[in-house]
Design a protein around this ligand. Structure first.
Ligand code: HEM
Length: 527
C-alpha cells in the first residue's frame, strides 16, 4: 500500500505525514524551527539577499550535495526487500547457517539493474541485467552479486576496465559507440558465448521479474567437516521468461523509460510478489581436477547434464523500499561478503571483483557504508570488526571498547566457524608463521649480551619507566619474555619494575601457537 495521503479525487498527495506519521514544522538540520521558507532575507524591499539568511544557505548547500557518485556500471536499478526459505537439505555440502534447516527463513534485499546505462537510462535496453541479492544471515551478510547470464565476456579482470570504456560513452562525442563496443567484443573470441546470449531473444527481458539469475562464478561450499565442494548458484524465475523484441523495446522506451522499475514496484504494491527458486550446481574437487576445460573460466558454463541443478530454496520479494535513495541507491553489494560455509574459488574474475566492490563502496558511500541500514548485518547480534572512526561514523564507534587483538582481556576473538581447508592442488592457506619459527628469543638475547653493563641498565630502566602504568599481568609477561631471551635481562627488568622475580611464573607457555598465545594472554587473569 502506498502510504501517502490521497486527495478527494483519489490521487496520491505528497504527504507531510511520512515522517513517523507526525506532521511537523520545518526545522533546520540543527533542529531549530524555520519561520519562513518562502522569502529570502533581503536588504530592503528590492535589495539583494543577505548572507545572514542561514536557512537559505543551509538549504542550498544541502541541495548542492544531494547527488552521490553513481555506480560505475549497473547505475540504473530497482530494489526490493524479501525473504528466502530453505526447501531442501544441502547441509552435506555447506555449514552456512542460512541453509541449516528446511523451512529456515532469512530476510534479504535484491537489486536488479542494467549494466551500461547511466542512472537515468531507459530500462528496456538490450543489455545484461544485474541480479544482486543480499541475505541478512545470522552469521553475517552474504551477497550473491550475479547477472542474468551464466557466463561473462572474458576471464581475466584486467579486461574489465577496457570493457566498460568500450561500452560506455565515447570520450569525444559523448555518445555510445557501437563501433568501440563491437571492436572490443570481436577482438576477444572468448566473448562469443556472452555476446550470443546478449544478442539472443533473451537480450531484453520484459522486466526484472521475468529473468533468471546466476552467480556465474564458481564459489566454494565448505561443510562442517571442513570439506570443500565447488558450487554455482542459479535462480530461476517462477514467473517464467518473457522478453521484448527490439521493436517492442523501442515502443516501450518511447513511452516509458522506467518500465522495469514500474513493473517491479507495481507488482509488489499489488501483492503479486515475484519469486525465484534457488538451485545449485555442485562439482567435487576431483571432478574439477579432471575437467578438460578450466571449471573456473567465467566464459564457460558447467554442463547441466554432468552437473545437474539441485533445488535448495526460494525467495520472494514482498516489500518496496519506502525511500529509493536510502535503500536502493545506497545499497552496497560485494562478492567479498561471504559467510562461513561459502567461500571463493580460483576464478580470477572473482578475485578481481573481491577488491573492486568494496573499493567502489568506500568511494561512492564512504568507509562506514556498513552502517547504512540496508547494508548493516541485521541477522547478527553485536557485530564487531575492530574498525574505528572514519567519516560518518554514527553507531557509537564501539564506545570505550578495546580496539586491538590479541589483548589480555579475551575481548573479541577469532571464530573457528570461519576456518577453511586448503584449496585443492593450490597453496592458498593462512599459514601460521609460528609453524616455521618458534625462536623469538635468540636475537633479543644476543643483542642484550652485546650491551655494556651501563647499556643493559639503561635498557631495563627505560623499559620500567615506559611500562610503569601497565597492569601487573602485562609486566609479568614482559619479564618472562625477557627472561627467555637472557636470564639477566629478565632479572634486570623485574628489578627495575620493583617486582620480585620469584613471583613471576617463568614457565608461562611460549607464544608459539595460536592456542598458547591465547593461554599466555589469559594466564593470570587475577593480576
Ligand atoms: C556492479 C566491478 C564483473 C555483477 C559493479 C560495480 C563495480 C563492479 C565497481 C559498482 C559497485 C558499486 O558501486 O556498488 C566489477 C569488476 C568485474 C565485474 C571489476 C570483473 C572483474 C561482474 C560480473 C558480474 C557482475 C561477472 C555478475 C556475475 C554486478 C552487479 C552489480 C555490479 C549485479 C550491481 C550491484 C548493485 O546492484 O549494486 N561491478 N564487476 N559484475 N556488478 Fe560487477
Amino acid at each position: 500500500m502506498d502510504p501517502r495521503k490521497k486527495n478527494n479525487l483519489g490521487e496520491n498527495l505528497p504527504s507531510k505525514n511520512d515522517h513517523k506519521g507526525k506532521t511537523t514544522e520545518i526545522k533546520t538540520g540543527a533542529g531549530a524551527p524555520v519561520g519562513n521558507n518562502q522569502d529570502t532575507l533581503t536588504a530592503g524591499k528590492r535589495g539583494p539577499a543577505m548572507l545572514q539568511d542561514v536557512w537559505f544557505l543551509e538549504k542550498m548547500a544541502h541541495f548542492d550535495r544531494e547527488v552521490i557518485p553513481e555506480r560505475r556500471m549497473h547505475a540504473k536499478g530497482s530494489g526490493a526487500f524479501g525473504e528466502f526459505t530453505v526447501t531442501h537439505d544441502i547441509t552435506k555440502y555447506t555449514k552456512a547457517s542460512i541453509f541449516s534447516e528446511i523451512g529456515k527463513k532469512t530476510q534479504m534485499f535484491a537489486r536488479f539493474s542494467t549494466v551500461a546505462g547511466e542512472r537515468g537510462a531507459a530500462d528496456a535496453e538490450r543489455d545484461i541485467r544485474g541480479f544482486a541479492l543480499k541475505f541478512y544471515t545470522d552469521e553475517g551478510n552474504w551477497d550473491m552479486v550475479g547477472n542474468n547470464t551464466p557466463v561473462f565476456f572474458f576471464r581475466d579482470p584486467m579486461k574489465f576496465i577496457d570493457l566498460n570504456h568500450a561500452i560506455k560513452r565515447d570520450p569525444r562525442t559523448n555518445m555510445r559507440s557501437p563501433n568501440t563496443n563491437w571492436d572490443f567484443w570481436t577482438s576477444l573470441p572468448e566473448a562469443l558465448l556472452q555476446v550470443t546470449i546478449v544478442m539472443s531473444d533473451r537480450g531484453i527481458p520484459s522486466s526484472y521479474r521475468f529473468m533468471h539469475g546466476f552467480s556465474s562464478h564458481a564459489y566454494s561450499f565448505i561443510n562442517a567437516n571442513n570439506e570443500r565442494t565447488w558450487v554455482k548458484f542459479h535462480f530461476r524465475s517462477n514467473q517464467g521468461i518473457q522478453n521484448f523484441t527490439d521493436q517492442e523495446a523501442e515502443m516501450i522506451i518511447a513511452g516509458d523509460r522506467e518500465s522495469h522499475q514500474r513493473d517491479l514496484y507495481e507488482a509488489i504494491e499489488k501483492k503479486k510478489y515475484p519469486k525465484w527458486t534457488m538451485y545449485v550446481q555442485l562439482m567435487t574437487e576431483e571432478q574439477a581436477r579432471n575437467m578438460q576445460t578450466n571449471p573456473f573460466d567465467l566464459t564457460k558454463m558447467w554442463p547441466k547434464k554432468d552437473f545437474p541443478l539441485i533445488e535448495v530454496g526460494e525467495f520472494v520479494l514482498n516489500k518496496n523500499p519506502d525511500n529509493y535513495f536510502q535503500d536502493v541507491e545506497q545499497a552496497a553489494f560485494a562478492p567479498s561478503n561471504v559467510v562461513p560455509g561459502i567461500s571463493f574459488s580460483p576464478d580470477r574474475m572473482l578475485q578481481g571483483r573481491l577488491f573492486s566492490y568494496g573499493d567502489a563502496h568506500r568511494y561512492r558511500l564512504g568507509v562506514n557504508h556498513h552502517q547504512i541500514p540496508v547494508n548493516s548485518p541485521k541477522g547478527v547480534e553485536n557485530p564487531h570488526a575492530f574498525h574505528r572512526d572514519g567519516q560518518m561514523r554514527v553507531d557509537g564507534n564501539l564506545g570505550s571498547e578495546l580496539h586491538y587483538e590479541p589483548n589480555s582481556y579475551g575481548n573479541w576473538t577469532e571464530s573457528e566457524r570461519d576456518y577453511e581447508p586448503k584449496q585443492d592442488g593450490g597453496h592458498v592457506y593462512r599459514y601460521d608463521f609460528r609453524e616455521d619459527d618458534h625462536d623469538y628469543y635468540t636475537q633479543p638475547g644476543m643483542l642484550f649480551r652485546a650491551m655494556t653493563k651501563e647499556q643493559k641498565q639503561v635498557l631495563c630502566e627505560n623499559t620500567a619507566r615506559n611500562m610503569a602504568d601497565a597492569t601487573l599481568q602485562i609486566k609479568h609477561r614482559h619479564i618472562n619474555n625477557c627472561y627467555q631471551a637472557d636470564k639477566e635481562y629478565g632479572e634486570g627488568v623485574a628489578k627495575a619494575l620493583n617486582i620480585n622475580i620469584e613471583d613471576v611464573d617463568l614457565n608461562l607457555p611460549k607464544r608459539d601457537s595460536k592456542e598458547n598465545n591465547y593461554k599466555a594472554n589469559n594466564a593470570h587473569p587475577e593480576l
